[in-house]
Design a protein around this ligand. Structure first.
Ligand code: NAD
Length: 309
């Protein structure tokens, strides 16, 4: 049993990670300011200790020092591409300074290991190869993608300088239960909620843009494998499959409100045309592969949002 701090553990992906870590009998502490996460996401996890703190604060750094964990899973972040383009300094403050503050609490803890939730959807930028491997050129189209790459660089520095090793998981587009449908990110959640209320949905752009949709429990399992193996480096966590946003919209409509309208609007700045990442390195080094196929994942997700209506 190890002691694990999960920043952002009250959020969508973070709370599923907490579930996976508890299932492996780890002692779990969550640091979260509840800005987009919620206590409800952890209501079933009675053994978790929640520290309501901002990752940028001195208190959060001291909490990490005091807890002296074996692992930190860093999931707390500003997650919206659009906000990162409108407010670049805010994105940097949360995603870079916040990470560095948490890492500062680990400086004297050689041998501890960080699992960082990076983004395979955002750091490669407009891809030149499909699916993208980890050595694909890195040219983020958004400040959000840039902040994730900078985070990976800080981790590499911490490892080289202070012996705090790390695994960066470059996630594709994650979907599933507990995703916030009111945020800027999370097209599956946004569509689900509107369709279940029998409302029209709006696709930004032509709908021909593609994404690599990975189910949240598969992502949580990848974090579990990173903790089990302490595998060092960057790994894509996705399905290696491309799905158009129009296909997603049509599949969800068929499952929920077959007569609802699908509308189209202007594409948003910072959004890529095609995104799909190669998961073969994670298969080989983390013994991880996605288990939930797209149709099955959408059905689970729709069923969960159905219970929230
Ligand atoms: N959702 C995706 O498709 C996706 C894809 C790639 C990477 N990621 C990364 O995964 C991580 C989790 O994303 P998510 O989709 O679960 O988003 P989320 O908004 O549900 O989770 C983020 C959590 O961080 C917390 N948080 C935000 N700012 C904080 C602060 N200053 N101090 C403390 N806590 C703070 C929020 O309250 C929330 O609980 C993020 O790092 C995100 O960049 C997500």
């Amino acid at each position: 049993m190890a002691k694990v701090v999960v920043t952002g553990g009250a959020g969508f992906i973070g709370s599923h990670i907490v579930d996976k870590l508890l299932a492996r009998n780890h002692e779990v502490h969550v640091i979260d300011d509840l800005s987009s996460g919620s206590r409800d996401n952890l209501a079933h996890a009675s053994t978790v200790t929640l520290h309501v703190l901002d990752i940028r604060s001195q208190e959060a750094k001291e909490a990490v020092e005091r807890l002296s964990p074996d692992f930190v899973v860093h999931a707390a972040a500003q997650v919206s591409v659009r906000i990162s383009m409108d407010q670049p300094a805010l994105d940097t403050e949360l995603n870079v300074t916040g990470l560095v503050n948490i890492l500062s609490g680990l400086k004297d803890r050689k041998g501890s290991h960080v699992v960082f939730l990076s983004s395979g959807g955002a750091i490669y930028g407009e891809q030149v190869a499909f699916p993208a491997k980890e050595d694909h050129p890195i040219k983020p189209e958004s400040v959000y993608g840039l902040s994730k790459r900078v985070g990976e660089e800080y981790l590499e520095f911490w490892s080289r300088t202070w012996g705090v090793t790390s695994t960066s998981l470059r996630l594709s587009n994650v979907y599933g239960p507990r995703q916030n449908p009111h945020g800027e990110a999370g097209v599956v959640a946004i569509f689900c909620e509107r369709l279940l209320a029998n409302k029209s949905i709006t696709v930004n752009g032509t709908g021909k843009q593609t994404r690599d949709f990975v189910y949240v429990e598969d992502v949580a399992e990848a974090v579990g494998r990173a903790v089990d193996t302490r595998c060092i480096g960057e790994f894509n966590i996705g399905t290696s499959k491309e799905t158009t946003v129009t296909h997603l919209a049509e599949e969800l409509r068929a499952l929920t409100a077959p007569t609802a309208e699908i509308l189209y609007s202007e594409a948003k700045p910072g959004e890529q045309m095609r995104s799909c990442i190669d998961n073969s390195a994670a298969k080989e080094k983390l013994s991880w592969s996605p288990k939930v196929d797209f149709g099955q994942g959408l059905r689970h997700t729709v069923a969960w949002y159905g219970t929230k209506k």
